[in-house]
Design a protein around this ligand. Structure first.
Ligand code: PRX
Length: 648
């Protein structure tokens, strides 16, 4: 799949914003958008430089807005700033001092509201704690925490002193934590005794303990008491958060950092090998998330904004923490599952806090549809004025349901396309401007210049599927893959020289709207989480009884893509017990996010004569389709027939 990706989606419905919405929006007309977009394209330095001076507080002004060609572009060169200062300190000197910064709801129903003043105090205290534990500017700190305010506090405290945070989603295993600790050479781990998920305690500290056996660079562990569950504390290594905070000073000025100072590393799956440590830096990322939050979510001071993502993923970094807080907004944070204690939980939260802007993932929307309209219908959702989606293409049916049942046909929907690597939203409707089409992320934001190209870098015309690339650098793009700049160049900039290749296929329709067609390589998107089929294969192959494994995605009603594993055992045909064992094995190696949906045992896998597994054919089998296309390179055609027969 490359130059010609066949598109099967045809969608003609269009939903323009209401005149009232447009009139009140930050960007309110097509002319305004086009003017911004053209200015950014023709004079990126002038465009972004102006925004940076207006919207970011600097300790020292920058000398050059940009320097160097993509992919080595440096932004706001010579400037000094601090992301935490911009998200917290600058608000406490204004009327926002006592405004709610974070409204938090725990899964058991407990709640906390932190004003900007509270946040400033807690972050400053914890930044002092970090310093006392020996963390210095430039050190890496791993965060493995539940969705509690202390996670945001810890992130911001790291940013405050210039320590680079690396957040690991709470569903990952001890091995995954150790790999990331080692890759980043993390000095400190911050965790909690546990977190609540669907009424059960997720034993975070226990998992960290296991990871410590293989994490030689980590010197200390800070443990937040959340669930009160049993944990073992090792003297001189493990410290309770509350002990460290007690009596700590709230005076800790933000460190003046270079614009390009590393803000965070976030690991994401690649098509081969180990996870990639996507590195984002301070000023460009901050500006990108600040502006895109305002443009796309039309954030206003009076809004209550809720992004349902987990902070362990980039969406939570950019659109629960940095973007909203930099804008001085009120951001809602919820700890637990959407169906706990029942399937109405999200809507109960919307009603309770009168949420105005709601941002979630298509996989969640598909689950809501399955659970039935009676859940949202029980609650008053009339506070909502804007809805968003992210993480994977949204199917038009789910879009229409979201529009009708949640939005009451009254809220624009912003379908936001972006990636861990892009740092912030790249393509999305502007809610006061764009007439949306269900299933399309519509048009690029100002400063984003995409194209659809062939493998040889030729632009494709309307409705021709091809590779989605970016032709100009933007401030919030990743700077490197931590510790592996060659891999960074290879993965993103070698497929079409001079272009950023996102890894997605897409087409542009006759109106210039973009339609994402999914990943073109061996990365699958499970419930909006990007997973490498390679990593699941390696995990399976690490089991003593497995000879070989091939993993593919298949269409899954709820998850978008499910994980189907074809496994050849060293001995025997496989059994239900073995299936269970392998599922548990993958969960242990990678984490619950990678739980296989199907395991299919096979005496042999379909291979080319050169020995490459033909995943294309396996994808057809997993999806229950006939295989179209060339099979002549298959070494042994009977392998396919056997696989199909065993499937019936
Ligand atoms: O394939 C695209 C899909 O998710 C990938 C990025 O995954 P990740 O880095 O984990 O970041 C997810 C949250 C930003 C993309 O390459 N994707 C994300 N948003 C959309 C999407 N596909 C279609 N439409 C979207 N709105």
């Amino acid at each position: 799949m490359s130059d010609n990706i066949e598109s099967v989606l045809h969608e003609d419905r269009k939903f323009p914003p209401s005149p009232e919405f447009s009139a009140a929006a930050h960007i309110s007309s097509e002319e305004q958008y086009l003017d911004m977009w053209n200015r950014a394209k023709d004079d990126p330095a002038g465009f972004w430089g102006g925004l940076a001076r207006e919207n970011i507080d600097w300790f020292q002004d920058f000398e050059a807005t940009m320097e160097g060609e993509m992919p080595e572009t440096k932004w706001f060169v010579g400037g000094k700033t601090n992301a935490c200062y911009n998200c917290v300190d600058r608000h406490v000197t204004t009327w926002r001092k006592n405004k709610a910064a974070i409204i938090w709801e725990g899964e058991p129903g407990d709640q906390r509201v932190l004003t900007y003043g509270d946040l400033h105090r807690e972050v400053s205290k914890f930044a002092n704690v970090l310093k006392k534990l020996g963390v210095e500017t430039g050190d890496r700190v791993t965060l493995y925490m539940p969705m509690v305010p202390e996670l945001a506090i810890a992130m911001l405290a790291c940013a405050r002193i210039g320590a680079t945070h690396s957040i690991i989603f709470g569903g990952f295993s001890a091995d995954a934590i150790a790999d990331r600790n080692n890759d980043a050479e993390a000095k400190l781990v911050i965790t909690a005794d546990g977190g609540w998920r669907r009424g059960k305690e997720v034993p975070l500290k226990k998992t960290v303990d296991e990871s410590m056996e293989r994490s030689p660079t980590v010197e200390k562990v800070v443990v937040l008491k959340r669930t009160g569950g049993d944990v073992s504390m090792i003297p001189d290594r493990d410290y309770w958060w509350h002990d460290l905070m007690e009596g700590e000073s709230a005076d800790c000025p933000a460190t003046e950092l270079d614009s390009e100072h590393p803000l965070f590393i976030l690991y994401t799956s690649g098509s081969t090998g180990k996870p990639k440590g996507v590195l984002h830096t301070t000023a460009g990322y901050l500006l990108g998330t600040t502006m895109t939050s305002r443009w796309v979510f039309d954030l206003k001071d009076e809004d209550t904004y809720w992004c349902t993502a987990d902070i362990g993923w980039v969406t939570g970094h950019s659109y629960i923490v940095y973007g909203p807080l930099s804008n001085g907004a009120t951001t809602v944070m919820y700890e637990g599952g959407p169906n706990w204690p029942d399937e109405g939980r999200f809507w109960e939260i919307v009603e309770k806090y009168k949420v105005n802007i709601f941002y979630t993932a298509p996989t969640a929307i598909r689950a809501f549809i399955k659970w039935g309209d009676e859940w949202p219908n029980k609650y008053d959702l009339s506070s909502l004025r804007l809805l968003g989606t992210v993480g994977e293409p949204i199917n038009p049916e789910a879009w229409m349901w979201y529009h009708k049942v949640i939005g009451g046909e009254n809220c624009p929907i912003v379908d936001t396309w972006w990636q861990t690597e892009t740092g912030g939203i790249m393509m999305s409707p502007l809610p006061g401007v764009t007439a949306t089409k269900p299933g399309s992320c519509t048009t690029p934001l100002p400063g984003v210049v995409p194209d659809i190209q062939t493998e040889t870098g030729e632009s494709l015309g309307a409705n021709q599927g091809g590779l989605l690339v970016m032709t100009q650098p933007w401030p919030h793009m990743l700077r490197t893959l931590y510790g592996d700049h060659d891999r960074f160049l290879d993965v993103y900039f070698s497929r079409i020289p001079g272009r950023y290749f996102a890894g997605d296929g897409a087409r542009r329709d006759e109106d210039g709207y973009y339609w994402i067609m999914g990943r073109v390589d061996d990365v699958i998107n499970v419930s909006g989480h990007r997973l490498s089929t390679m990593e699941v294969e390696s995990a399976l192959a690490a089991h003593d009884d497995v000879a070989e494994a091939a993993v593919v995605g298949f269409p899954h009603d709820l998850k978008g893509e499910g994980i189907c594993c074809f496994v050849t055992l060293k001995k025997g045909d496989g059994s239900e017990e073995m299936e269970k064992e392998l599922i548990a094995h993958v969960r242990k190696q990678i984490g619950v996010v990678a739980t296989p949906d199907k395991i299919k045992f096979a005496a042999a896998l379909p291979k080319t004569r050169s020995g490459k597994i033909m995943r294309r054919l396996l994808r057809d089998i997993a999806a229950g389709r006939e295989s179209a296309g060339d099979q002549t390179t298959l070494e042994d055609v009977s392998v396919l027939d056997k696989l199909r027969a065993s499937d019936e």
